[in-house]
Design a protein around this ligand. Sequence first.
Ligand code: AMP
Length: 219
Amino acid sequence: MNIILLGPQGSGKGTQAALLNARIGVVQVASGDVLRAAIQSASPLGLKAKSYYDVGELVPDEIVIGLLIEAIDQVPAGTDVLLDGFPRTVAQARALDAALAERGSAIDKVIELRLPLDVAKERLSGRLVCRTCGAVYNERTRPPRVPGVCDIDGGPLCQRADDYPEAIEKRLKIWERENDALVGYYESRGILERVDAQRSPEDVSSDLLAIFTASDASA
Ligand code: AMP
């Protein structure tokens, strides 16, 4: 099954993907992670992506689409996939549909995590990420047990390179600009569900699990 998680940055897509992975083994493919890995490897595509990533701009489709399809292809056949951060535009959604159709597959469900933008901004400005395992914390609302140290593996916590005020502002503006069309694209196909993300991660996860299980049963 292929599921897309939509929602503004800070709506908890990464946190929810990790919870679903632990509960039912679904594999997360996060465009941000894929791009960060490409940037870190200093590959030609990664170097091109970096100049957009660092300032909070969307990386051009011709870079993102190829990298993400490649990442999806690496997931073992028969594994449930949760896409996070991709597609971000209708052009990307169309390219994804075409690539999946070529592989005899399709998107089964799209879940939109709904969160007011002022709450998203607040969450992003306090976000801390473990440098080694990627676990996400928040200075104010979800602090680690020991400041600066990951509860899970003891790794150092840091702020993401693009979690500074100007980039946060820009990323959320871009999200606002693209989201309605993207949601409309999937809503018209009857595969969109909405979930209130302004609750505890555990409550949101229960809703996602219910949607996931219902879709699995009807697949
Ligand atoms: P995220 O971790 O999802 O907030 O993504 C971080 C950054 O990666 C974004 O600000 C963009 O620069 C880039 N990015 C992630 N996903 C996409 C995408 N689907 N299309 C274009 N750029 C993306």
